[in-house]
Write a protein that binds this ligand. Structure first.
Ligand code: ADP
Ligand code: MG
Length: 260
């Protein structure tokens, strides 16, 4: 049975999409069959993996609302072991449509549960909100990764997110675990970056991943080529950090990676 990991933080620009794309790609490079689901109407994961959101008209939302079979909309990527459920920009109104549905928080869970037989990992890129789609993702997931940017106000909003996770654990998904807090955009030269690492580690201790993602320009350039960093700049610091994260997660879950 595959593991479903949501990447969530209602704060924008903290590295959710970069993490979803590059973690999923790294798991795929380790030969874990991996699916990344773009659950953000901004569709950055979709374009970052080489598919034009303008050419997409069916996303996870239609599967949730119109009961379309998700297997019909899965796309291939440049990497053999990595597939994508795309998103597109037109459906920002999906949450409104969902309000009147029964079990509206559990739609995504129903849509993706069968896919656990086909994939080792399913990674969900959430939008910067704690709206219904994100709640659906957290209800469907086995665990959540929380990216935290090594910047001013790093911890801002984290309390609210952790509280939402608690509510979901109580009411909708008692088995939801925190896979880890991931420090992103770390700059070794900046005192602030180092202070954030210290502060987050002090507060959250072993909830924080050992792997830290450095600020690395290749990570921000790769999406414009429609590629994850590992297929664009495999020896770069960013690509290597995400590969380390994938290994850390595989190990934590008792899975053997290739070539180790
Ligand atoms: P989110 O999905 O949380 O809004 P993104 O992953 O889209 O965040 O990141 C926000 C911006 O920062 C993007 O332009 C992205 O390319 C850039 N970025 C993310 N992580 C890094 C990193 N480690 N180094 C450099 N740029 C990064
Ligand atoms: Mg994003």
């Amino acid at each position: 049975m595959g593991k479903i990991i949501a990447i969530a933080n209602q704060k924008g620009g903290v590295g959710k999409t970069t993490t979803a794309m590059n973690l999923a790609a790294s798991l795929a490079v380790l030969e874990f069959k991996t699916l990344v689901i773009d659950a953000d109407p901004q569709a950055n994961t979709t374009s970052g993996l080489g598919h034009d959101p303008k050419s997409i008209n069916t996303s996870i939302y239609e599967c949730m609302v119109d009961e379309i079979d998700i297997n019909e909309i899965i796309l291939k990527t440049e990497l053999e072991y990595l597939d994508l459920v795309p998103s597109h920009i037109d459906l920002v109104g999906a949450e409104v449509e969902m309000i009147n549905l029964d079990n509206r928080e559990e739609k995504m869970k129903g849509v993706i549960s069968d896919l656990r037989d086909k994939y080792d990992f399913i990674v969900i890129d959430c939008s910067p909100s704690l709206g219904l789609i994100t709640i659906n993702a957290l209800t469907a997931a086995n665990s959540v990764i929380i990216p935290v940017q090594c910047e001013y106000f790093a911890l801002e909003g984290l309390g609210k997110l952790l509280n939402t996770i608690k509510i979901i654990q109580t009411r909708l998904n008692p088995d939801l675990e925190i896979e880890g807090i991931l420090l992103t955009m770390y700059d070794v030269r900046l005192r602030l970056s180092n202070q954030v690492v210290e502060e987050v580690r002090l507060h959250f201790k072993n909830m924080v991943f050992e792997t830290i993602i450095p600020r690395n320009v290749r990570l921000s350039e790769a999406p414009s080529f429609g590629l994850p960093a590992i297929a664009f700049d495999a020896d770069g610091k960013g690509a290597i950090a995400y590969l380390n994260l994938a290994s850390e997660i595989a190990q934590k879950n008792g899975l053997q990676k290739v070539n180790s």
